[in-house]
Design a protein around this ligand. Structure first.
Ligand code: ADP
Ligand code: MG
Length: 313
């Protein structure tokens, strides 16, 4: 089976000449590389944050049989874990707001598409069968029941966790940190952030300076397989049951909260330009859409607040 390297969608450059004062530690969790960078004096806090990532995986993983979400998907009748309950509630709010273009009950389709393992698309009948069990409005709350659907928090959990880790660093007085969960970035301090070129993900297409913000990119070039010249990637349109196909290469969202940026980058990827209207429901949140033909579309706020520097690689 052909496996493609996974490029993180965003990378960070330290702005100051203080790189030698910083330390980065790494782990692998949520099927992605996690890097946390902070001052050397905060080394212990970095290690604690990495341990927390493993704990969060035992809450949000859809595939780990020990996880809280796994138990919920197997029919647990209560949402006991407060982190899980919070993210599911926000996910349902987001699903409503997007009229189901973003849908946390995408799991039956994620299972059928199984982008990580597949080398050819599933059959039409498998997709139609899975679609019957997708729909956030099927979930009932009193009493809690998934009613045959299943939850996938792949578009939200990394953002939520980045927010929780960032909060801990802030509480402990830390003034510099880069929390990078597979390209899902939450920052304390000011940094230059590079957005990868979807055409050649080893290159950067643009940089922006960000301070105390989160930046998240969703792209069709990170997790995919190719079959008969077509690319099948991991962001699925719940309205069709197929990977989103709308000439968008990537969507980058910048927000004070990483969970908002995470959810919105996926939602705007599915909705296209129309998705930019979602931004008005989220304070100080902006987006950049990069189309496959190289065109760029930004929200009005993005133009006002950020100086996008295009790179000529
Ligand atoms: P990544 O997590 O790989 O950085 P995204 O944040 O864009 O990328 O989330 C993609 C993940 O979200 C998929 O792997 C799947 O778990 C889930 N997902 C796919 N399509 C949708 C959708 N329409 N609505 C909500 N979640 C989705
Ligand atoms: Mg996302």
């Amino acid at each position: 089976m052909k496996k493609l390297p996974i490029f993180l969608l965003i990378i960070i450059f330290l702005l100051c000449s203080c790189a030698e004062k910083r330390i980065t530690k790494q782990t692998f969790s949520f099927d992605t590389v996690i890097n946390i960078t902070a001052d050397k004096s905060d080394e212990k806090k970095i290690s604690e944050a990495l341990t927390k990532c493993q704990k969060f995986e035992k809450i949000f993983s859809r595939t780990n049989p020990e996880s809280e979400l796994y138990k919920v998907n197997c029919g647990a009748k209560e949402l006991k874990n407060e982190h899980l309950s919070h993210v599911i509630n926000f996910g349902i709010e987001m699903s409503r707001l997007t009229d189901g273009a973003f849908d946390i009950t995408i799991a039956p389709l994620s299972d059928v598409w199984n982008i990580k393992e597949r080398t050819a698309p599933p059959g039409k009948s498998e997709i139609e069968q899975a679609l019957k069990n997708v729909g956030y409005e099927k979930i009932s709350f009193s009493p809690f029941n998934l009613n045959n659907t299943k939850i996938d928090l792949g578009a939200l959990a990394k953002g939520y966790i980045a927010d929780r880790l960032r909060e801990e660093f802030v509480k402990s007085g830390c003034e510099n940190a880069i929390i990078d969960l597979g390209g899902n970035i939450a920052l304390i301090g000011e940094y230059t952030v590079g957005i990868r070129d979807p055409e050649s993900p080893e290159k950067i297409f643009a940089t922006i300076k960000l301070k105390d913000k989160s930046a998240v990119t969703s792209g069709s070039y990170q997790r995919y397989f190719e079959y008969n010249g077509n690319r099948y990637h991991h962001i699925i349109d719940p309205r069709t049951g197929y990977p989103t196909s709308n000439s968008i290469a990537s969507v980058t969202v910048i927000s004070p909260l990483s969970m908002h940026a995470d959810a919105l980058s996926t939602a705007i990827f599915v909705m296209g330009e129309a998705g930019l209207k979602l931004l008005k429901s989220f304070p100080d949140t902006d987006a950049l859409i990069l189309f496959e033909n190289g065109e760029i579309l930004t929200s009005d706020g993005f133009k006002e607040k950020y100086d996008l520097k295009l790179k000529n690689n």
